[in-house]
Design a protein around this ligand. Structure first.
Ligand SMILES: Cc1cc2nc3c(=O)[nH]c(=O)nc-3n(C[C@H](O)[C@H](O)[C@H](O)COP(=O)(O)O)c2cc1C
Length: 230
C-alpha cells in the first residue's frame, strides 16, 4: 500500500548513499510531526523507459502514458502521497539521468499546453502535493553548484517552488572520524523536516545546512587522502 510520504531516492548507491542519510533525517523530522508512513522508490531499480515524446498522454489518452512499465508504480505512489521527497546527488550541476527520466515521464500528470504562460499546469491527481528536494554534492561548497538546479525547479514549479535542502562536502559522510560533525548537520536537517511538516520555511536554517562542514583546505586535504590516485 502506498503511504502519505513518497521518497524517490535517486542515488545509485543504495544504502551507501550520502544523500539518503540526509533524506532519512528529513523524513524522520516530517514523521515526528505527521506520523505518516513512507513509501520508498529507487529510481535506479525501477525499469522506466525514457519519454517517447509522442504526446499520447495529452492527445490520445489524456493523463495516461502509453508506455507500460514501472512508472505506473510511481504514478500510483505519487497520487497517494501528500508529501513527495525527491533525493539525489548532484551530477554535473543537475539531477542524475534516471531522476530526469522519471521527471520527464511525469508529463501525463500535466495538462496539455494550450497557449498562455510558459508553465506545466498539473492535473487534479497531482494538485496540492507538497514537494521537498534534497541533494548532496562532493565539492567543498554549494555555491555555484546548485544554481542550475534551482533555476530548473523554479521554472517547473513556479510559485509553488519547493525547498531544496543541500549539503556540500558529502564525502565526509563516509569518514568515521567525521561522524560527530556529520551527525550534527543531520540533526539540523531533521529540524528542517519538522519545520517543513508544520508548513514553516526557515531560509536561515537552509543556509546553515548548505554551509561547509569543515574548512575548504581541510576538506581538500581529506579528499586527496581518500582519492590518492586522482
Ligand atoms: C557522475 C558524477 C557527477 C558528479 N558531479 C558533481 C558536481 O557537478 N558537483 C559536485 O559537487 N559533486 C558532483 N558529484 C559528487 C556527488 O554529488 C557526491 O559524491 C554525492 O554526495 C553522492 O551522493 P550519493 O552518495 O547520494 O550518491 C558527482 C558524482 C558523480 C558520480
Amino acid at each position: 500500500m502506498s503511504e502519505k510520504i513518497l521518497l524517490l531516492n535517486g542515488s545509485p548507491r543504495g544504502k551507501k548513499s550520502n544523500t539518503l542519510l540526509a533524506a532519512d533525517a528529513l523524513i524522520e523530522g516530517i514523521r515526528g510531526v505527521t506520523g505518516y508512513g513512507v513509501t520508498t522508490l529507487e529510481t535506479n531499480s525501477l525499469k522506466v523507459s525514457p519519454c517517447r515524446g509522442c504526446f499520447g498522454c495529452w492527445d490520445v489518452t489524456p493523463g495516461q502514458c502509453v508506455i507500460r512499465d514501472d512508472m505506473q508504480t510511481v504514478y500510483e505512489a505519487a497520487a497517494a502521497a501528500e508529501i513527495i521527497v525527491v533525493s539525489f546527488p548532484v551530477y554535473f550541476f543537475g539531477m542524475p539521468g534516471p531522476v530526469k527520466t522519471v521527471t520527464d515521464r511525469m508529463i501525463p500528470m500535466m495538462r496539455a499546453y494550450d497557449g498562455g504562460p510558459v508553465l506545466h499546469r498539473v492535473r487534479p491527481a497531482m494538485q496540492g502535493k507538497r514537494f521537498l528536494f534534497v541533494s548532496t554534492c562532493g565539492f567543498h561548497t554549494t555555491k555555484g553548484i546548485y544554481e542550475p538546479l534551482q533555476a530548473q525547479l523554479k521554472a517547473i514549479f513556479e510559485e509553488h517552488l519547493p525547498p531544496l535542502v543541500t549539503i556540500p562536502q558529502a564525502e565526509l559522510m563516509q569518514v568515521p572520524q567525521m561522524k560527530e560533525i556529520v551527525d550534527h548537520r543531520l540533526e539540523r536537517v531533521k529540524s528542517y523536516g519538522m519545520q517543513f511538516a508544520k508548513g514553516e520555511t526557515d531560509d536561515a536554517l537552509l543556509a546553515e545546512i548548505a554551509s561547509p562542514l569543515i574548512l575548504e583546505r581541510a576538506y581538500h586535504r581529506l579528499v586527496s587522502i581518500m582519492r590518492p590516485n586522482t
